[in-house]
Design a protein around this ligand. Structure first.
Ligand SMILES: NC(=O)C1=CN([C@@H]2O[C@H](COP(=O)(O)OP(=O)(O)OC[C@H]3O[C@@H](n4cnc5c(N)ncnc54)[C@H](OP(=O)(O)O)[C@@H]3O)[C@@H](O)[C@H]2O)[C@@H](O)CC1
Ligand SMILES: Nc1ncnc2c1ncn2[C@@H]1O[C@H](COP(=O)(O)OP(=O)(O)O)[C@@H](O)[C@H]1O
Ligand SMILES: [K+]
Length: 551
């Protein structure tokens, strides 16, 4: 599992490394950073020998890295043309030191340094841009916010134009200029169409991955992403005092979803109660159940309103379908709650939401069931909509054993925030929501975020693909989450949610590889879950030495 840091957390890490007990000299960290870019960038472009490299340096420490990079590329046989957008006086002490060394190396042939003073320098700068093989973006890193100001806005626009024409390879130092480290928001001033962010082919980032590298639209600017420790102490890189955000990796999930015990029986693998559907919607119900079956649930009970039952019975023989109410019953009613509550005493987990419709009786039913049942709840779709306006009270009472799985629009309804506002800071918004409501959240999308009610930690999931942008994919996920909650030995609801989201996306990726980039169905994604589990079993190490990380 990788930690995804915010700009402030990265600054804190750097400061502790430099001024705390480790006492790493600031110029050494900068040296390591610059050297990492030169080495990794060199490998990416097939060596520096004979290459013309334009290096753009901002007035902050990102620019300081650029001075170091120039020195190493020069030593590796490249020609470097460095533009500094800061004045000597503005630079930090370590940047000043590296600027001085670079200045001493300038020979006006293989190494030039221009202190950019305004438009008068543009002509030669653009000529250099038109002729370079590689462009190094050391303009702005973690210090960027808002929209790009001039002259950087026009310079970045020119770089993008040249790169889009296939002219040069673009390597970003730490962050592409114009991408917000915390949110993935990008510079995009609609009044000024030249303020778009820099589009990199390769980004070499330092110490820890940053949140904005994994959230769109920033993620689209990163290109290939490489992480270099730059010699920072590992102990400083994994944990922060608060607000921890992690990237899920396969090893984290295979640790949670342990192989089946050979002597297990159907009771070991949980009994899933799926209480969904309405008279004119049974597809969602069946897809939810199918997701649970394919993810290894021991037993799956499906309870649907009477009118929906004939369309479910026998569709999948392993699912036990029972109608609620008579043959003319289209929706669940408040009075159905007692029957479900009684039955749920034998269930390991209860799913409500997919395809339940919007009948006015539904909120009363869902609230009554949730209040009386004691099993974990997975609430999706119509169950979430039914909670509107009552979520604070509901989560205060049942949040601890509940996973909610909204997509962006459902999350907008629940949080009362506009989707555009949520998108400006996806991670921050979910973090605040979980802190306020103490319920485990799966915010579905690309990427999906999982937030643990217990720890407030956020887990970013990268599996999945645009082929999954199709009706019913979320229903299958609800079933997978339920099966993972019931999975033998799973540590917590949040761990189950992380495992399920990762598995769901991996199954989607498997389908995209086997069937094609889109057009595969939710049921095919569910059917691919055992295939993914089989691949995991093949790759699994014999012994699991570490404890699960997600709690
Ligand atoms: N020990 C360490 O710390 C290490 C740090 N390292 C490196 O340092 C980087 C962080 O350095 P940093 O903090 O100096 O920030 P940085 O990204 O250079 O930008 C600051 C400048 O941005 C400017 N600016 C902001 N928004 C703007 C806008 N919209 N449009 C235009 N300008 C804008 C802002 O200007 P101001 O608003 O203050 O006028 C300010 O001058 C980090 O990414 C890594 O590369 C490595 O060397 C490893 C060791
Ligand atoms: N572009 C994408 N990349 C990765 N995953 C995606 C993408 N589009 C959709 N998904 C996944 O597919 C599922 C869609 O769920 P949802 O929107 O609830 O669909 P539905 O309500 O039709 O079942 C979510 O798990 C989401 O993360
Ligand atoms: K940069």
């Amino acid at each position: 599992m990788y930690t995804l840091k915010s700009a402030a957390q990265m600054r804190q890490t750097d400061n502790t490394a430099m001024y705390g007990k480790y006492s790493i000299a600031p110029a050494v960290l900068m040296e390591n950073a610059g050297r990492a870019v030169a080495e990794r960038g060199g490998a990416y472009v097939g060596g520096w020998d004979g290459k013309d490299v334009l290096i753009l340096c901002g007035k902050g420490n990102n620019g300081g890295d650029g001075f170091v990079i120039a020195r190493h590329i020069l030593a590796a046989g490249g020609r470097v043309y460095v533009y500094s957008f800061g004045t000597t006086a503005e630079y930090s002490e370590e940047s000043k030191a590296h600027l001085h060394t670079l200045r001493m190396m300038c020979d006006n042939r293989t190494c030039t340094l221009t202190m950019y003073e305004g438009e008068k320098n543009d002509r030669l700068l653009y000529k250099r841009l038109a002729a370079c093989d590689v462009l190094i973006d050391a303009l702005l890193g973690t210090g960027f916010s808002g929209s790009l100001r001039e002259p950087l806005a026009r310079v970045v626009a020119a770089v993008n134009e040249r790169a889009a024409a296939g002219g040069c390879t673009v390597i970003a130092v730490d962050m592409p200029t114009g991408v917000n480290t915390d949110t993935g928001a990008v510079s995009d001033d609609i009044k000024n169409d030249t303020s778009s962010p820099l589009m990199a082919d390769l980004t070499v980032t330092f110490g820890s991955y940053k949140r904005g590298q994994f959230i769109y639209p920033g993620k689209a600017c990163i290109g290939k992403l490489e992480l270099d420790s730059i010699g920072l102490p590992p102990a400083l890189l994994t944990e922060n005092a608060e607000d921890n955000v992690y990237l899920l990796c396969e090893a984290d999930i295979t640790e949670i979803v342990t192989p089946r015990r050979a002597d297990s029986h159907k009771g070991t693998h949980g009994t899933i109660g799926i209480v969904t559907g309405c008279g004119d919607m049974v597809g969602a119900t069946l897809m939810t159940a199918h997701g649970a079956v394919r993810s290894g649930a021991g037993k799956v009970f499906l309870r649907v309103p009477g009118a929906a039952a004939p369309y479910c019975i026998g569709k999948e023989p392993e699912i036990m379908v029972r109608p609620v109410g008579g043959r003319d019953r289209l929706h669940f009613c408040r009075d159905d709650a007692a029957e479900i509550i009684a039955e749920s005493k034998d269930w390991s987990v209860l799913v409500m939401g997919p395809g339940m419709g919007k009948d006015k009786e539904l909120p009363g039913f869902i609230e009554a069931v949730a209040a009386e049942t004691t099993c974990p709840l997975v609430l999706d779709a119509d169950a979430l909509n039914a909670l509107r306006g009552k979520e604070a009270d509901f989560f205060a009472r049942h949040g601890g054993r509940t996973v909610i799985t909204p997509h962006l629009l459902e999350f907008s309804r629940l949080s009362g925030l506009a989707t555009a506002e949520i998108k400006t800071d996806l991670i921050g918004t979910v973090m605040k929501f979980v802190r306020d409501y103490a319920v485990t959240v799966v915010l579905k999308g690309a990427p999906s975020l999982i937030a643990s009610a217990k720890t407030g930690n956020i887990y970013v999931n990268e599996t999945g693909n645009a082929g999954m942008a199709a009706g019913g994919m979320g229903d299958v996920l609800s079933g997978i989450i339920a099966a993972m909650i019931a999975h033998d030995g799973i540590g917590s609801i949040a761990a189950a949610a992380c495992a399920a989201v990762y598995l769901h996306g991996a199954a989607g990726d498997y389908c995209a590889g086997r069937i094609g980039p889109y057009g595969f169905t939710p049921d095919e994604v569910a059917d691919a879950v055992p295939e993914v589990l089989a691949l995991w079993d093949k790759r699994r190490p014999l012994t699991l030495l570490e404890k699960p990380y997600i709690i």
